[in-house]
Design a protein around this ligand. Structure first.
Ligand code: URA
Length: 412
């Protein structure tokens, strides 16, 4: 295959065949197609887009570049969820054990945080000893025992996506609906799912800034699922204010535990139920019961124990990761909370050290925000709008100034 011709044809908006796309991806994964040609191809796709058939072919080729989950005959329904990420989004930590209580298997392969959005793996690693590096065969054994595994991508899992995503990151080709669809769906479909729910966020704290972009991405991912025989549901959710009241690794785990114990913030619990009910075979009331009667929490404890953690540490997380400076931000006037800018809270969390700016940066599990006010709540002067957990007083001052911009209170 003559790669320059293939790139030129895509540049002119021609539709490529499935076998051409498969050969390109295979050549790229093996190092036979160099980065400069793949970048040119990605840029051509960025400008010309891809047809649904091309996107499905790209997804399949990336999925087939590595190993896929393979389950024993007669296995239960295999389900998962994917979120395009948001500020304070800790849904996976609650949804995975909850859904596993309904006799589904949940093989959740997640990512790390990059930029302002946190990653599920980083949150899980705030639990001492929790191991996210699990082989595919150990993952299957764990599914057979407890029905849920939460792990990172292994080297043999969609290697083409790993390589292509790093390239897109430095060539201005991340925001392409076709490339995002293939990237997300190849990883999810390599889990060999029966059902998948997608939480597609839009707004200042999200990857997709507008509802229209989120709708386009959702439609594209549903079309690929259909093409590949997987039932895919998409739920569109605004990400204008943070989800729940906590942002930051250990603080989000603590809020997840509250929700797994039947409490937690209403918006978080509702979203978990909205997404879970799309992939399970039990009614919503049963999911609520599993949260309220401690079943989901017991399943989370089993998960922690299975992956090297000690459930006895969970009630002590606030002590284990206690930031040196924990102080409230006080409202100067009363009124109704009209805005809590998720994007700004995300930036502030990053600056406190809870995220990473580059892939290999370390991160601070202790820092972040909790007790954040929600839009629509009424507060009075002198009341706290949130609590900041910071490493130093200087960090606290920086975060406080950002929160003062992020939170708007309209006078009554
Ligand atoms: N997340 C992914 O996994 N891939 C993308 O391309 C964008 C977001």
């Amino acid at each position: 295959m003559h790669i320059p011709t293939l790139i030129s044809r895509k540049r002119e908006g021609e539709e490529l065949s499935g076998s051409e796309i498969a050969l390109l991806v295979d050549g790229y994964t093996k190092g036979e197609v160099p980065d400069y040609q793949m970048s040119a191809f990605a840029m051509a796709v960025f400008f010309k887009g891809m047809t649904p058939a091309e996107i499905a072919a790209l997804t399949r080729a990336m999925m087939d570049s590595g190993d896929c989950f393979s389950y024993p005959a007669g296995h239960p329904l295999v389900v998962d969820k994917h979120s395009t990420g948001g500020i304070g989004d800790k849904v996976s930590l609650i949804l995975a054990p909850l859904v596993a209580c309904t006799d589904c298997w949940v093989p959740m392969v997640s990512g790390r945080g990059l930029g302002i959005t946190g990653g599920t793996l980083d949150k899980l690693e705030a639990i001492p000893g929790f191991n996210v590096q699990i082989s595919l065969s150990d993952a299957i054994s764990q599914l057979e025992k407890i029905g849920v595994v939460m792990m990172g991508q292994t080297d043999r899992f969609c290697p083409a996506d790993k390589k292509l995503y790093s390239l897109r990151d430095v060539t201005g080709t991340v925001p392409s609906i076709a490339l995002i669809t293939a990237s997300i769906m190849s990883k999810k479909l390599a889990e060999s799912l029966d059902r998948l729910v997608l939480d597609v966020k839009f707004g200042t704290g999200a990857f997709m800034q507008t509802r229209k972009d989120a709708e386009d991405l959702a439609a594209s991912m549903i079309a690929v699922g259909k093409e590949m025989g997987v039932e895919v549901h998409a739920v569109l959710n605004p990400m204008s204010e943070p989800l729940g009241r906590a942002v930051g690794n250990s603080l989000e785990v603590i809020e997840s535990l509250e929700t797994l114990d039947g409490g937690g913030p209403a918006d978080l619990r509702e979203l978990v139920l909205d997404l879970s009910e799309k992939i399970v075979s039990v009614p919503r009331a049963e999911l609520e019961r599993l949260l309220d009667d401690g079943s989901a929490r017991r399943k989370f404890d089993e998960l922690v124990a299975a992956q090297g953690g000690d459930p006895a540490d969970l009630p002590r997380l606030a002590e284990i990761h206690k930031a040196p400076v924990i102080r409230e931000v006080i409202a100067s006037h009363g009124g109704i909370v009209s805005k809590v800018d998720a994007g700004l809270v995300g930036q502030a969390t990053l600056q406190l050290g809870a995220g990473r700016a580059k892939a290999n940066d370390g991160m601070d599990f202790a820092v972040g925000f909790d007790r954040i006010v929600k839009c629509g709540e009424s507060i009075h002067a002198g009341q706290a709008v949130c609590r900041i957990h910071a490493r130093t007083p200087v960090d606290f001052d920086m975060a406080e100034a950002m929160i003062e911009k992020a939170v708007q209170i309209s006078s009554l």
